[in-house]
Design a protein around this ligand. Structure first.
Ligand SMILES: [Zn+2]
Length: 408
């Protein structure tokens, strides 16, 4: 497809409200939306009975696990599942890089135009970004969050110097691919020393961290007991005093404060106090702290009800992620939206689709380029094959059981 073309669909979801417009034609020039018209005119791409929607954003995934054909068998407590995951990494026959390539391919096919991927050290090539993944990322706004793990005080220096070396190498690539971003992700409160988080926060304006994922994490922060303490002891990395008694997720949010974009991954057990705190950092010009909700993964682990609706009502940006194939059957963000519609049928379809499009773009700092179909934005679309033919209502058809999203 050349960079200039016209495209027409029976339905197009236009603007920030995703307003469904019948038979609109989008005029693309040099990869940018130049005009949108409902005047009858022949289009080079006449898509027919589909909805053209903004390209989907998967704000949290681990592409490195895309070789899994189905989620790992469920295991409780959470750390048993983590141990299973480590077992998979040790015994698998597909390399992490091959798995990432599979994940990128799958994402593009599912209409995903931007990803927030957690880049595991496993996938690096002698500490460098794998060349094959770099090339396969073309056509996507790929945000790779370099994952940092290091709980003991003695691991801080090494973790930092590895990250710095990596980050410097990536700087050279910036002019080559404008849509390729390297960011950083301190893994989680139970796996990263607070001082290390502080150092990383100083070095990146885009940061993602698994936070408030399980009740055991809260127990570990408060009293340093439970399954995470056990796991750290088993791995030989437990150290007294790294986490202060009575610590809370809020302390970690404060460590990330002030960065331009912060992704609070999961946020399954955020407290009232933490929600109020997050609601104060919702300024696109300065700082947006978003919650990335991963609905099917959340259900897989059997967590308590997620508070995403309350968060939205409080003005907190909540976007969607698939998480990895270790806890989810596929990497389709649209399937996450359909899942939410089944679970919360009273929720407005377009509000849900917004979480998978413009809210994801906002979370990653890409809102000026992606997330809506508007003049001036990049021509990055997803196509929804509409099911629910018996219904007249486009809101019903968009998220009907048989509806599927794909790349253009
Ligand atoms: Zn994750």
């Amino acid at each position: 497809m050349s960079d200039s073309y016209t495209i027409n669909a029976n339905w197009t979801l236009i603007g920030p409200d995703l307003e469904p417009v019948r038979d609109a034609t989008v005029i693309v020039e040099d990869g940018v939306i130049a005009d949108i018209t409902t005047r009858q005119q022949p289009a080079e791409f006449a898509l027919g009975d589909v909805a053209l929607i903004p390209g989907l954003v998967n704000a949290h995934t681990h592409l490195e696990l895309s070789d899994l054909t189905q989620p790992l068998e469920q295991a409780t407590p959470f750390t048993s599942w983590v141990r299973k995951l480590i077992g998979h990494r040790r015994t698998r026959t597909t390399s992490p890089v091959e798995a990432m390539l599979m994940g990128l391919e799958e994402s593009k096919k599912a209409g995903v135009v931007a990803v927030g991927d957690i880049l595991s050290g496993q996938a690096l090539d002698e500490g460098k970004f794998p060349e094959a993944v770099f090339h396969a990322s073309r056509g996507l706004y790929a945000n790779y969050f370099y994952e940092v793990i290091g709980f003991k005080s003695s691991s801080i220096e090494n973790a930092l110097s590895q990250y710095s070396r990596f980050a410097v190498e990536q700087e050279d690539r910036r002019p080559v691919l404008e849509d390729f971003t390297i960011a950083v992700s301190p893994h989680a409160p139970y796996s990263v020393h607070p001082a290390l988080i502080g150092e990383l926060t100083d070095r990146s304006n885009l940061i993602a961290m698994h936070l408030s994922e399980t009740r055991s994490e809260l127990e570990f922060l408060d009293r340093q007991t439970g399954e995470f303490r056990q796991m750290l002891e088993d791995f030989g990395v437990w150290e007294e005093g790294v986490v202060a008694k009575g610590s809370k997720v809020l302390n970690y949010l404060e460590m990330l404060e002030g960065r331009r974009r912060v992704l609070v991954v999961h946020g399954n057990y955020l407290t009232d106090e933490e929600l109020v705190y997050l609601s104060e950092f919702q300024h696109p010009d300065r700082s947006v702290m978003s919650v990335v909700y991963c609905p099917r993964t959340h259900a897989y682990f059997g967590h308590e009800e997620h508070r995403f609706r309350e968060m939205l009502n409080m003005g907190i940006n909540v976007c969607l992620g698939t998480d990895s194939r270790a806890s989810n059957p596929d990497l389709s963000v649209y399937e996450e939206v359909k899942f939410l519609k089944r679970r919360y049928p009273d929720m407005d379809s377009r509000e849900l689709i917004g979480m998978a499009t413009w809210r994801g773009a906002l979370a990653l700092g890409l809102e000026k380029k992606l997330g809506t179909i508007e003049v001036g934005k990049q021509a990055k679309f997803a196509v929804v094959e509409l099911g629910g033919r018996e219904a007249d209502d486009i809101d019903i058809r968009l998220l009907a059981e048989e509806s599927r999203a794909r790349g253009l």
